[in-house]
Write a protein that binds this ligand. Structure first.
Ligand code: PLP
Length: 358
């Protein structure tokens, strides 16, 4: 079978070695004669897995274990949209509106308190990150950003200093670039892009930084309870957490975030440089807001859409359709996507453009 080049936005490509190790574990985990799918989450075998995964998360992000804990929870990143305000929104919180995912987070937070708009790029279809983000308000319980906007292909490059706890939805760029992660007090992300298999949600929290809202919180939504239970309050997503561990080990073996960041820049520059020079395709995001993870672009001749889609299929290029809410095209270049796949994509785009010109 010809190799597929998988540009899906998530669930997305993982490293081949992770696929191989995960498949083996489904059949016979660690030569135990049991499948990873049938081991107890209370067994020693799983305790070792989740503890290594939680520790690796903090190690790779350079966060200290005195202040931060890593939890593997349920419900996807979307469950954090309500869990965060449920716990920490007493009166008002500030949200930056950079598109669909921020808006969903804002919608859920409004059930719990007042939302202050820190800035928005709604006026230009979320094609940029607002330059002026409201800063230094001390009357907010916390501030919320979406670091990478998967649908539009924008990414916050510099996080302004703030005087209250900062919460970040990093679903689509966690582990892809180096930042001072200690400037954030809560980071969350669904697993299905740069972490592992869909199913688990990673939450990294510096609990002491937040004041608890004065309301009763059901146990499974209460961070204090989840921290106390060390991510095992109820049956966790065993397989998804195991795949996350394999992927985190892979990331460490690559030299950590700094080294995949360099590769991610090379991959993204290759595609952006071509798109900037092309007459047939146009990148959709302003230069200083461009994401290295999700690259969105338009085909300037909409009447060529069917031809182009067939051409992509013929060349085994998968998952290039833009999000259903915006259309156009989107190439997702997460950590595991090989440079070779980007080279294949660029050469296909070039070939299609040449065919069209001739
Ligand atoms: N936030 C961002 C930035 C996303 O890209 C997504 C999904 O793609 C979500 C939140 C929702 O994640 P989930 O499906 O895990 O709830």
């Amino acid at each position: 079978m010809m190799p597929k080049h998988n540009f899906c936005a998530g669930p997305a490509k993982l490293p081949d070695v992770v696929f191989q190790q995960a498949s083996k574990a489904v059949v016979n985990y660690n030569e135990s004669g049991l499948s990873i799918l049938e081991i107890s989450h209370r067994s020693n075998a799983f305790t070792v897995i989740i503890e290594e995964a939680r520790a690796l998360v903090l190690e790779l992000l350079g966060l200290n274990t005195k202040d931060y804990v890593a939890l593997f929870l349920h419900g996807g990143a979307s469950a954090q949209f309500h869990q965060i305000p449920f716990n920490f929104l007493s009166k008002r919180a500030g949200y930056l509106n950079t598109g669909v995912w921020s808006q969903k987070a804002i919608h859920e937070a409004r059930f719990f308190g007042e939302i202050v708009d820190l800035g928005s790029s709604n006026d230009q279809h979320f094609s940029y990150i607002p330059e002026k983000i409201i800063q230094n308000r001390i009357d907010l319980d916390y501030i919320h950003y979406t670091s990478n906007n998967t649908i539009y292909g924008t990414q916050i490059k510099n996080f302004p200093e703030q005087k209250v706890p900062v919460v970040v939805d990093m679903s689509s760029d966690i582990f892809s670039r180096s930042l001072d992660f200690s400037q954030f007090q809560l980071i969350y992300a669904g697993a299905q892009k740069n972490i592992g298999a869909a199913g688990t949600t990673l939450v990294i929290i510096n609990r002491k930084a937040f004041s608890q809202a004065n309301r009763k919180i059901p146990s499974l939504l209460n961070y204090d309870y989840l921290i106390q239970k060390e991510s095992l309050a109820n049956t966790p997503t065993v397989f998804s957490i195991y795949v996350s561990l394999l992927n985190l080990r892979w990331l460490k073996a690559q030299g950590g975030i700094k080294s995949v960041e360099k590769r991610n820049e090379v991959k993204a520059n290759l595609l952006y440089n071509y798109l900037d020079a092309s007459n047939l395709f146009t990148p959709l995001v302003k230069k200083n807001s461009r994401s290295n993870m999700n690259i969105t672009f338009a085909l300037n001749k909409p009447d060529l859409t069917s031809d182009f889609d067939r051409f992509l299929e013929h060349h085994n290029i998968i998952g290039l359709k833009g999000h259903r809410s915006v259309g156009d095209y989107r190439a997702s270049l997460y950590n595991a996507l090989e440079l070779d796949s980007v080279k294949v994509l660029v050469s296909c785009l070039q070939q299609f453009e040449e065919n069209y010109e001739n």
